[in-house]
Every structure is written in C-alpha cells, then in structure tokens.
Design a protein around this ligand. Structure first.
Ligand code: FE2
Ligand code: FE2
Length: 183
C-alpha cells in the first residue's frame, strides 16, 4: 500500500495552512512513532512503518478547521479522518481520526457532525495515539497521566470521560510496551 511520502505530507500540511508549530509537532510525532514502530518490528511483530510515518505526519491536519473554533479542539481528529478519506486514503484516515481516541458518545458530546467510535484499533493507530502524547519533558507514562489530568479541566471534560481517556492511554501504553516499545 502506498501512502503520502514525507514530502507529500508536508506539502499537504502547508496547502491546508497548518501553523508552523503544528507542522513541527507532526514531524516530532512522526520521529517518535517510527521509533516505536521499529522497536515493535524488531521484537518480531508485523507493523506497517510507512503507514505509521505518514499518519503521524498528517494526524493533526484536521486542525485546519478546528484549531480555534470553540469546543472544536477535540474534533480535529475527526476532521483529519474526514479529509483524508475525501482525498482517497481510507487507511490513513482511520489511523488519524483515532489519534485522540473518542468513543461515539464522547464524539456526540463534542458535537461531532458524524458521531461514531474513533478509538485506535490497529497497531499502527495505537502507535500514533501514544507517540502524539509524548512531548519534550513529557515522556513517561506518569508525566502523560499528570498532563491529561490537568488538561481535563481546560477541556471541561466530565470526570468519567477524563477517567476513560486516562485509562485508554495507560492500557495502550502498556500494550505497546509488552510488544517491545522502548521510550
Ligand atoms: Fe491532535
Ligand atoms: Fe498531535
């Protein structure tokens, strides 16, 4: 399967006028995601590194629409998926739409135009989901949990949704660790 190359992905990010910081973040996520994918492949598991790289570069492309819109922040992942599907990359769309990890009820709560489960299912989607949570100075599972615990207030997440989000991160993190991820 062919996915957009790094140059094509960067071209798309510029075409949709993504902010420079988002492009830099996307390059970082791609670097981390490819490293995790290679760790897992080295441990003997099958993983599509090309899909991981391409999806990591494009996961936030939906921010062209939802970056500043009130209440829309959590829907940018949905828009990434919608747009990539429209551009003819359904596999890429599936990985990108689940990088935030909302179920159907949560998508509805945030006003998603087409609410459905957007949870990372494939190994590639789980890798992009976790790589996106890692930032400079936030690279352990504990730091990431602390960050989302704080962020939940800004995003006005109801407590049960916050708990679900954090438990999803922990579950997927531990699953990738069992498969060979070394962060
Ligand atoms: Fe995102
Ligand atoms: Fe991101």
């Amino acid at each position: 399967m062919r996915y957009p190359s790094e140059a094509e992905a960067l071209y798309l990010l510029r075409k949709y006028r993504l902010f420079k910081e988002i492009i830099e973040h996307s390059k970082n996520v791609a670097r981390i995601a490819v490293k995790i994918a290679e760790d897992i492949r080295a441990a003997g598991h099958e993983v599509d590194v090309g899909l991981v790289r391409s999806a990591a570069l494009l996961h936030d492309i939906g921010k062209w629409k939802y970056n500043r819109q009130k209440g829309g922040l959590l829907l940018h992942a949905y828009e990434s998926g919608r747009l990539l599907k429209e551009l003819g990359w359904p596999e890429l769309a599936e990985v990108c739409e689940s990088h935030f990890g909302l179920n159907k009820e949560e998508a509805m709560f945030y006003g998603c135009p087409e609410p459905h489960d957007m949870l990372p299912k494939s190994l590639e989607a789980k890798i992009v989901f976790i790589a996106d949570k890692i930032r400079p100075g936030r690279s352990s599972k504990e730091d990431i949990i602390k960050y989302f615990d704080r962020k939940a207030k800004d995003w006005k997440l109801p407590p049960d949704m916050k708990e679900r989000l954090i438990s999803r991160i922990v579950k997927i993190w531990e699953e990738l660790e069992r498969l060979g991820m070394r962060v």
